[in-house]
Write a protein that binds this ligand. Structure first.
Ligand code: SR1
Ligand code: MG
Length: 418
């Protein structure tokens, strides 16, 4: 059957008739369907048995345009294939940390997968200061497993190149190159391209000062060039707190955590994934200036956020070193090389984290953390913190050697007690 955009009815019938849905739910039962997509790009359907909603399937469909912008921003639904391949890799390397893939339908550009119906996307609960004690360690483990496992360190060289060829994701990489690594830093674009920045008028002067900083712009161009050319590993490509789901935390504060939505996957520098994750913790920290009126609450939650960032890096670094210890290729066995590579990844992490903080504040795609502060004056205070920290991380990136250095930059702008 040729491509068509699904709706509640056709999604239900599609699942009812699909041979691979047998065993997941009863095709003769009454089925219900809801559309639950809250991201910028796709349609997401949950199809479930009316009498037993735990028997369900999740369908994610790539549509031919950007969901939030409509048909004026065409986008190839081909990204669903990239997501299917990336989810397959993630599931192979970190099976308990992603939803189980069921099937990919190349005609409809649909990915069918495990429906994490008891899980919540992290961003909103974290704005409400929910704690997931194992967040940092889980994401650190996910990063070590998936990044090392798809790199030249974890794969035979020809197999890695063949895998990289399956992840040429030009259209979605262009979104990142434009929205994260160009537009927020440029008052004017060349070649007639439109600048899609969007910001609180109260921070216009702060943005102008940032854009006038030649040091920032030079570093960002360098980071952009690395993003476009350093094919180190298959990245998730969009690892923010809207791409992570968790169950309700248990009595010890631990949750079942899963990484979702790898449609931006491509071969790039490892620090991009780590940087996006920690940046979103720091964005939350900046936003708490406008959310947590009580100073003690603010301090306690920031302490939590910074601990998660530290645990993420520590787990990632330990995971990388453990895996390096088992490498087959003599070239990667030098401890000095390994340490240098990890330091370079830390510097990338720091730089990309800065870019993500800035684009989420003044670029096209904002975050709920800042957007949900209703008073524009209060929001501007939090936004200034995000801009200042972003700038500091970008300019300081090549000076960091250990994660404590990066956290010093963070605490220098947004200390816990602010
Ligand atoms: C035009 S898409 C805007 C953003 O949404 C995605 O989640 C990515 O973060 C992208 O930059
Ligand atoms: Mg997404």
């Amino acid at each position: 059957m040729s491509y068509r955009i699904l709706n509640l009815l056709s999604a239900t019938e599609y699942v009812r008739r699909h041979p691979l849905a047998k065993g997941l739910l009863n095709s003769r039962a009454t089925l219900e369907c809801t559309e639950i997509g809250d991201g910028n790009l796709n349609l997401v359907f949950r199809v479930f048995e009316k009498r037993d909603a735990s028997r369900s399937v999740l369908l994610k469909q790539g549509i031919p345009y950007l969901r939030v912008a409509g048909e004026a921003w065409p986008l190839s639904p081909e990204r669903a294939r990239i997501e299917a391949q990336a989810l397959e890799q993630h599931h192979k390397l970190a099976p308990s940390l992603v939803p189980k893939p069921y099937w990919f339908d190349a005609e409809l550009n649909v990915n069918a997968m495990e429906d994490l119906q008891w899980h919540q996307v992290l961003r909103r609960p974290m704005v409400g200061r929910t704690r997931y004690e194992n967040l940092g360690t889980t994401i650190g483990e996910f990063l070590a497993a998936t990044l090392f496992g798809t790199s030249d360190f974890g794969m035979e060289a020809k197999a890695k190149k063949a895998l990289a060829a399956r992840f040429v994701n030009g259209e979605l990489c262009e979104i990142t190159e434009d929205l994260i690594l160009t537009e927020p830093f440029e008052p004017k674009l060349m070649g007639g391209k439109a600048n899609r920045n969007n910001f609180n008028p109260l921070i216009a002067k702060d943005l102008a000062a940032l854009q006038a900083d030649a040091g920032v712009r030079l570093e960002v161009v360098r980071l952009k060039q690395r993003f476009m050319t350093c094919a180190q590993a298959m990245l998730h490509g969009d690892l923010h707190t809207g791409s992570i789901m968790a169950s309700a935390p248990d009595a010890k504060g631990n949750a079942d955590i899963r990484v979702i939505d790898p449609e931006f996957a491509f071969y790039g520098p490892m620090g991009f994934d780590v940087g996006l994750f920690v940046a979103n913790l720091f964005l939350n920290s900046a936003a708490q200036q406008g959310h947590a009126a009580d100073e003690r609450e603010r301090r306690a939650y920031r302490k939590y956020l910074y601990t998660q960032a530290e645990r993420c890096w520590k787990t990632f670094e330990t995971g990388m070193r453990q895996r390096f210890a088992g490498v087959q290729d003599i070239s990667w066995s030098s401890k000095a090389f390994q340490t240098g590579f990890i330091r370079e990844t830390l510097q990338d992490t720091c730089g990309y984290a800065g870019c993500e903080m800035i684009r989420r504040t003044v670029g096209f795609a904002h975050v709920y953390d800042l957007e949900s502060i209703p008073d524009p004056k209060v929001r501007a205070k939090a936004e200034r913190l995000a801009l200042r920290l972003g700038r500091t991380l970008i300019k300081g990136s090549r000076g960091v050697s250990i994660f404590t250095d990066l956290m010093k930059l963070v605490r220098g702008v947004i200390p816990e007690e602010l």
